[in-house]
Design a protein around this ligand. Structure first.
Ligand SMILES: Nc1ncnc2c1ncn2[C@@H]1O[C@H](COP(=O)(O)OP(=O)(O)OP(=O)(O)O)[C@@H](O)[C@H]1O
Length: 233
């Protein structure tokens, strides 16, 4: 059984129909990328999985339970953690306080503070700095650290590399690859297709709310016509 199995979800914002019968799955220990142009429905898909948007139809099976229609806090408690594009670090709290806040909802198999600091030494150095004084890369590390401190069976990364300098992207990429090697499961939405393909085992392409392609990262890399048609790259 897949860790995440999505069948036929449809989502709306008011009268606008955004997702049409979306199917996808993510196996445990897999990194899956969801790619598509601006406005294709990537963020709406992540929000529909997390319960931030309630699908009007369809099934979201996560870790053996149907979670469609459940509230976000409950889905998070079951181990799905969204690292949102805007990261939502609390600017007036220190790094350590942000992590402590996350630990309030930690699950049983969650990471300890020590393990997070060992994994991201930069956060250890910055533990007393306030959230708003962190660089974009440090904020992204903190957002991922926060997900690890909660119970993260599946981490949804929404544009993790957005707005970061190439050298920071390289470091964060290495951290995510390391986590993946250790068995962390990710679903990543990213505009930086090259970066997403370096991280992912498998990808989906979405266009106008319809899933139009599924394949290994390798197969997509070798399909310039598909990339051109759906991603314009
Ligand atoms: N809160 C909202 N209310 C109404 N329409 C919305 C809302 N959020 C997004 N949309 C619309 O839904 C569609 C899908 O948006 P979504 O943010 O899921 O796309 P995306 O693929 O994540 O794109 P981007 O990379 O630009 O974030 C777009 O047409 C967008 O304008």
């Amino acid at each position: 059984m897949s860790l995440l199995e999505v069948q036929g979800i449809n989502s709306h914002y008011g009268d606008s129909h955004i997702l049409f019968d979306v199917d996808m799955r993510v196996e445990a220990n897999e990194v899956v990328a969801l790619l598509g142009r601006n406005g294709a429905g990537k963020s709406t898909t992540l929000k529909s999985l997390m319960g931030v948007v309630t699908p009007t139809r369809g099934q979201v099976r996560f870790d053996g339970q149907d979670v469609a229609g459940r509230p976000p806090f409950e889905i998070a408690r079951r181990g799905m953690q969204l690292v949102p594009e805007e990261r939502r670090i609390i600017g007036t709290l220190s790094v350590h306080e942000n992590l402590k806040l996350a630990a309030l909802s930690a699950g049983r198999d969650a990471w300890s503070f020590e393990r997070v600091y060992e994994f991201f030494p930069r956060l250890q150095e910055r533990r007393r700095s306030r959230g708003k004084d962190l660089s974009g890369g440090e904020q992204q590390m903190l957002a991922i650290g926060r997900a690890l401190i909660r119970n993260a069976k599946l981490i949804l990364l929404d544009e993790p590399f957005e707005g970061l300098a190439p050298i920071i992207v390289r470091d964060l990429m290495a951290s995510c690859q390391q986590l993946a090697r250790e068995g962390q499961t990710f679903l990543v939405v990213e505009q930086n297709v090259a970066a997403a393909l370096r991280l992912a085992d498998r990808c989906y392409l979405i266009e106008n709310g319809h899933m139009v392609y599924e394949g290994s990262a390798e197969a997509l890399r070798d399909s310039p016509e598909v990339m051109d048609r759906y991603l314009g790259v």
